[in-house]
Ligand binder design. Structure first.
Ligand code: DLL
Length: 438
């Protein structure tokens, strides 16, 4: 029997009606904060929510309009600030693609509350103060570095702020200090494994037993691959800068969906087209309301992430609902000659094929009037050969395996192990080279 670890059993296993009562109380607090910001003062009043007293039950949440990323951008720099500037002690920002950053400000209590959620998440995976934690992710404006750093310290682990990149140094730190847990993007973990082989690092020389992997979508097959190659347990970690960063939803030792910490966040799943709630258990866009940050309130924020709630309870005893693995975003869907394709569909196939290496890239181009999909795949070192006949047979096998589930006939290019670009941060798996004005 697994002895499940709770950071705060009173809250983590609270019955659903108590949890909802707590959410209602915190929602009123969040609305009160929001009314102090220039953005919500206008937006909420227009919607008739001019006081927290309008919120009488959790269903009244639906009286609050959605907030979108472009609202945050338009509110830059201080449109969402609810406290005097001299009370804020930190900011985090994501640059996005269009240039104007989305910026979140924290006061001292906000940082403490966020840290407690990250600590709870780390503890839920079975880590404790005896662990040595190497945080192999970017520090800086990105929330993954400082967020996990503070959470790890709160748990009492020895935290090594190694940051991302430089695998040779990562291996040295792991050996010197007996690292037991690492945090990285899943693609960086795959890269670490390739480098281990290349540099002849023996698995037995390391004490590694767990990894937290998140910040980008990955499939169950990718998790299994990392677990098998590195002989560790991998826990899925979900968060976004707008909701503080990591520590929003996290897998427990059951590794079967991510507990959304519902005393910190209210989660809704909506149909992104009609904006109506989907039926219990169905997939849709995740909308989050932050109940744990004072300085920058965000209510009913449209994450664009696609997920859904599991309906059955978790064996660990936690009552906070679990989100299914995030498969992609409403905005990363590719339309190829009219067929909808999510990059995650390709990843599932690539990661389930033992012939495929750890890295791949999806390229979309125009060929005449038609779209052309090419999947560049690294091949396992043992299979890469000069024999054109063998390579062609392998290419054909991969092409057929891909074509069946995606219903698009892709061009497959095989690449030598370690030759496709690797990123230290979030990996860009899609290159859409089609002209934008067509
Ligand atoms: O990625 C926060 C974070 C840091 C999460 C470290 C986990 C670990 P952003 O840079 O704002 O924040 O990016 C947020 O990344 O809306 C999702 O689209 C995606 N994402 C994050 N975690 C996962 C995950 C951080 N576990 C955006 N699975 C989110 C799938 C994820 N996508």
């Amino acid at each position: 029997m697994t002895a499940y670890q709770y950071w705060n059993p009173g809250v983590e296993t609270m019955n659903r009606s108590e949890l909802k009562a707590l959410q209602l109380e915190k929602l009123k607090w969040a609305v009160k904060n929001a009314l102090r910001t220039p953005f919500y003062a206008k937006r909420l009043k227009e919607a008739g929510v001019d006081s927290p007293d309008v919120i009488k039950t959790l269903d009244d949440l639906r009286r609050i309009p959605f907030t979108a990323k472009h609202d945050l951008r338009n509110g830059f720099p201080y449109g969402f600030l609810s406290v005097p500037k001299d009370e804020i002690i930190r900011l985090h920002a994501s640059s996005g693609t269009t240039g104007t950053p989305t910026t979140i400000y924290f006061n001292r209590e906000d940082i403490a509350r966020w840290t407690a959620f990250v600590a709870r998440s780390i503890y839920a995976t079975g880590c404790n103060k005896t662990d040595v934690f190497q945080n192999m992710i970017t520090y800086g404006l990105f929330t993954g570095g400082l967020g996990f750093h503070a959470g790890g310290e709160e748990v009492g682990m020895l935290v090594i702020p190694s940051g991302a990149g430089n695998t040779a140094r990562q291996f040295r730190l792991m050996r010197d200090f007996g690292t037991t847990v690492v945090h990285a993007t899943p693609s960086f973990l795959l890269h670490v494994e390739s480098k281990m082989r290349e540099e002849g690092v023996k698995r037995e020389s390391l004490k590694l037993r767990k990894a937290f992997a998140g910040a980008e979508p990955y499939s169950e097959d990718t998790r299994k691959r990392i677990e098998a190659l590195l002989a560790i347990d991998v826990y899925n970690s979900y968060g976004l800068s707008e909701m503080n960063g990591p520590g929003v939803a996290f897998e427990c030792q059951c590794k079967n969906g991510l507990h959304l910490w519902e005393d910190g966040y209210i989660g809704e799943i909506i149909n992104p087209d009609t904006l109506d709630p989907v039926k219990e258990g169905e997939t849709g866009e995740l909308v989050l309301t932050c109940l744990c940050r004072e300085a920058t309130p965000l209510l009913r924020y449209r994450t664009r992430d696609l997920s859904g709630f599991y309906t059955e309870p978790c064996a660990c005893g936690r009552t906070h609902r679990r989100l299914r693995r995030i498969t992609g975003r409403t905005d990363d869907m590719l339309i190829i000659n009219g067929v909808n394709l999510f990059p995650s569909q390709i990843e599932e196939v690539v990661m389930s094929m033992k012939e495929a290496g750890n890295n791949y890239l999806i390229v979309v181009e125009k060929e005449g009037v038609l779209d052309r999909l090419t999947v560049r795949i690294e091949v396992s070192p043992a299979l890469f050969t000069d024999d054109a006949r063998l390579l062609n047979a392998l290419k054909e096998k991969i092409r057929k395996t891909l074509q069946a589930p995606i219903t698009i006939n892709p061009r497959v290019e095989l690449h030598e192990y370690g030759s496709l670009p690797v990123s230290e941060g979030k990996t860009k798996r899609v290159q859409d080279n089609r002209p934008k004005d067509i």
